[in-house]
Each structure stands twice: as C-alpha cells, then as structure tokens.
Design a protein. Structure first.
Length: 202
C-alpha cells in the first residue's frame, strides 16, 4: 500500500508540472500580445493627425505662394502674405508638437516615424522653392543644397535601417529644422517690406 500511494503522488506531480508547462507559454504569449498592442497604436492617433494637418496647411501655403508668383495677389498681397505667414508658423509649431505628444503619450508608430520626416521635407523644401522667385533673400542655390541634403540623409537612413541600425533625428537635425523655420518667416517679412517700399515709390 505505501508504494502505491507513492507512485500515485509521483503521477500527480508530473501531471501538475505538465499543466504548468503548458500554461506558462500561453501566459507569456498573451502578455507579449498586450505589449505589442501598446507599442503599435492606431494609425490615426492625435500625433499622426497633427502631422497630416501640417501637410494640409502646407498645401494651402503653396497655393498662396504660387498665386503670388503669377502676380495675382496685387490687390490684397500683404493680407495674403500675412495669412500664409501665420499658417507657416502654425505648421512649424505642429512639427515640434506631434513628436512631443507621441513620446509623452507613448503613441510612437511606424506611420508617424515615416510620415513626419516626409511631411517636413515637403513643407520646408516646397516653401523655399516657391519663395525663390519673389524673395531676393533666397538665392536659387539654397533650395538646391537643402533638397540635395534631404535626399542624402534619406538614402543614408534607409541604408542603415535596412540593416537594423537606428537612425533617428539628432540634435543637429532639429537645429537645422529650427533654423529653416526661422529663415522662411524672415523671408516673408522681407517680401512685405519690399512691397511697402514699392508702394511708396509709386
């Protein structure tokens, strides 16, 4: 009788250990799934909506500048330039806001990581290109240098990230964006001053 009880206890111990072995991976798998969900928020979260909004603001700015290039804003040119300037400052502010909110609220996503730098390039490069014709402060070679630099950085980022190496925006990249965001409003101010001088001459 004692030997029978001992073998029964051994069998129960093996059964329990087997059940624990089966449940542990399931719990681990479930916890990993929760972690992946928290690390992959929905695409249209607030930071990404701000990024898309910056792109739409850029389109409005570009339309105003294109119309100005064709001399179709003569009647209310300063008014439209002021509107375009306000939109530009607002769009530049959203560039810092979306990244800040994404990090603060833990809403970093693959869409945001790809879309944010693309929208920045469209926003900055397009503004410089469209200001060349009407603003004497911006020489034609300036947009060429900026666009060339953006192509090189994008190519390097794709090369390194394709090999699993991170290539985030460093302090120099943020300083570059800040300097460009200041240069363009200064160019707007120059356009307005030039318009005022032309009116005085007339």
């Amino acid at each position: 009788m004692p030997e029978v009880e001992s073998s029964s206890d051994t069998a129960m111990t093996e059964t329990n250990s087997h059940n624990v072995g089966l449940s542990a991976p399931e719990e681990t798998k479930s916890s990993r799934g929760d972690a992946q969900t928290s690390k992959n928020p929905r695409i249209l979260n607030i930071p990404n909506q701000i990024t898309i909004g910056r792109l739409l603001l850029s389109v409005v700015i570009f339309v105003i500048l294109v119309i100005d290039n064709y001399k179709l804003l003569d009647a209310n040119r300063n008014l439209w330039l002021n509107i375009s300037l306000v939109l530009f400052v607002l769009a530049a502010a959203t560039d810092f806001l979306d990244g800040y909110l994404a990090r603060k609220w833990n809403m970093l996503s693959s869409f945001g990581r790809i879309a944010d730098p693309i929208v920045d390039k469209v926003f900055i490069c397009g503004s410089f290109v469209l200001l060349v014709k009407t603003c004497t402060l911006i020489a034609p070679w300036i947009p060429v240098v900026i666009i060339t630099r953006e192509f090189l950085v994008s190519g390097l980022r794709g090369f390194l990230e394709g090999r699993g190496l991170p290539f985030g925006a460093g302090s120099m990249g943020k300083l570059k964006m800040l300097s460009q965001s200041i240069t363009i409003p200064v160019s707007y101010t120059h356009l307005r001053a030039h318009e005022t001088e032309a009116d005085l001459v007339c």
